[in-house]
Unconditional design. Structure first.
Length: 53
């Protein structure tokens, strides 16, 4: 998704932003929250796999 030419951000069915990943990461709180939640989820999944290994 980070390489997309245009990302449209929806919040409860309403468009709340559009732009590139860099633009949205810098300027759009909703997009920032989505990205941050995905990063946290990835960190949790990596930690879980590491504990099992």
């Amino acid at each position: 998704m980070a390489d997309a030419d245009l990302i449209i951000v929806l919040d409860e069915g309403e468009v709340v932003g559009q732009g590139t990943h860099a633009q949205l990461k810098a300027e759009n709180k909703t997009y920032q929250q989505i990205v941050d939640s995905q990063i946290q989820k990835g960190d949790e999944e990596r930690a879980s796999r590491t504990k099992k290994d």
